[in-house]
Design a binder for this molecule. Structure first.
Ligand code: DOR
Ligand code: ZN
Length: 349
């Protein structure tokens, strides 16, 4: 790739893993995603969670009405799986033109996951239904429980659950969300074409030193937590490999600043304000900007069996400073890289 590249034009990308919340937080974040992405898979971990197609359709309407007037952004909805989800909801989801996947949160794994699944084997009959309807299952892949070290939880999930799920449901379309370890990369790489994964910008750019060395930086705290450098390098290699199993999912997860800068800070990095710019930085570091379009704009759409976008966006080499915050008062959000410089910028943004 030309080292002096100053403009990069890509097919418009999509975000295959996004939290936009509701109410005032939704209103302050949605335009950030809409300015760069055509579509996003919207996570259902609201309070209360989005567990039915009817709730998902209502949530979709709320998102559409929070969009800037001229926006064509399409929220692709998901349902939050619980032990009580009736198989008929899975069928309805598969038949709905607006619901694209079911999300599995192990109970207690992360933000608003209390209503998630305690005993994963107990929902195998629902996986069977998803397999039958070819409806993708999106997995937060971490074991839960005091006895498990926070840095080991993803690997343990791969070993204790994912291998078994894939064995039992060989045709199930599955996305392992926000990979953070070499173990998970290896698992996804070795699995069939029905198993794919998303990777966030923070896991491509940072290791756990960003969170913990020289002071604790709560805006780098997300789940699964940042891991050691060797894992970051494996993730970067996977994202830039051109392997269509790995695609863009920001996991942008806004929390009000006062709940992040807190004795018990919430998990989640807000990256929607500069998502593509952050990915471009990571791909440039790996000298793989030529691989960004596949990762950001093609492979996710292909996996979800949706048409690729046809319009284009341009990034330019232009240094800018990320604002210290977005939004006001109680809904004020501190973005990833607040007050720091980025070297790529979306044109006409
Ligand atoms: O860091 C995270 N934040 N990880 C998740 O899995 C959920 C997300 C959120 O909703 O805040
Ligand atoms: Zn998430």
């Amino acid at each position: 790739m030309d080292a002096s590249l100053t403009r990069l034009t890509l097919t418009r990308p999509d975000d295959w893993h996004l939290h936009v919340r509701s109410g005032s937080l939704l209103k302050s974040v949605i335009a950030h995603s809409a300015r760069q992405f055509a579509r996003a898979i919207v996570m259902p971990n609201l309070k209360p969670p989005v567990t039915t197609v009817a709730q998902a359709l209502q949530y979709r309407e709320e998102i559409l009405s929070a969009l800037p007037a001229e926006s064509n952004f399409q929220p692709l909805m998901t349902l939050y799986l619980t032990a009580d989800t009736p198989p008929t909801q899975i069928q309805q989801a598969a038949e709905s033109e607006h619901v694209y996947a079911i999300k599995l949160y192990p109970a207690g794994a992360t933000t608003n996951s209390a209503a998630g699944v305690g005993d994963i084997r107990a929902v195998y009959p629902l996986f069977e239904t998803m397999q039958r309807y070819q409806l993708p299952l999106l997995i937060h892949g971490e074991v839960t429980g005091e006895q498990y070290d926070i840095f080991d939880r993803e690997k343990l999930f791969v070993d204790n659950h994912l291998s078994e799920i894939v064995r039992q449901f060989p045709e199930l379309r599955l996305v392992v969300e926000h990979l953070t370890t070499a173990d998970a990369v290896q698992f996804v790489s070795a699995a069939g074409p029905n198993v794919a994964a998303t990777i966030t910008p923070q896991h491509l750019l940072y290791n756990r030193n960003a969170l913990l060395a020289g002071g604790i930086r709560p805006h780098y705290y997300c789940l699964p937590v940042l891991k050691r450098e060797q894992h970051r390098q494996t993730l970067l290699a996977a994202a830039t490999s051109g392997n269509p199993k790995f695609f863009l999912g920001t996991d942008s997860a806004p929390h009000p600043t006062h709940l992040k800068e807190n004795a018990c800070g919430c998990a989640g990095c807000y990256s929607a304000h500069a998502a593509l710019e952050l990915y471009a930085e990571a791909f440039e570091q790996a000298r793989a900007l030529d691989k960004l379009e596949g990762f950001a704009s093609f492979y996710g759409a292909d996996f979800y069996r949706l048409p690729r976008n046809t319009d284009r966006i341009t990034l330019q080499k232009q240094t800018w400073t990320v604002p210290d915050r977005y939004g006001e008062g109680e809904a004020s959000i501190t973005p990833l890289r607040a007050g720091e410089q980025l070297t790529w910028q979306l044109e006409n943004a």
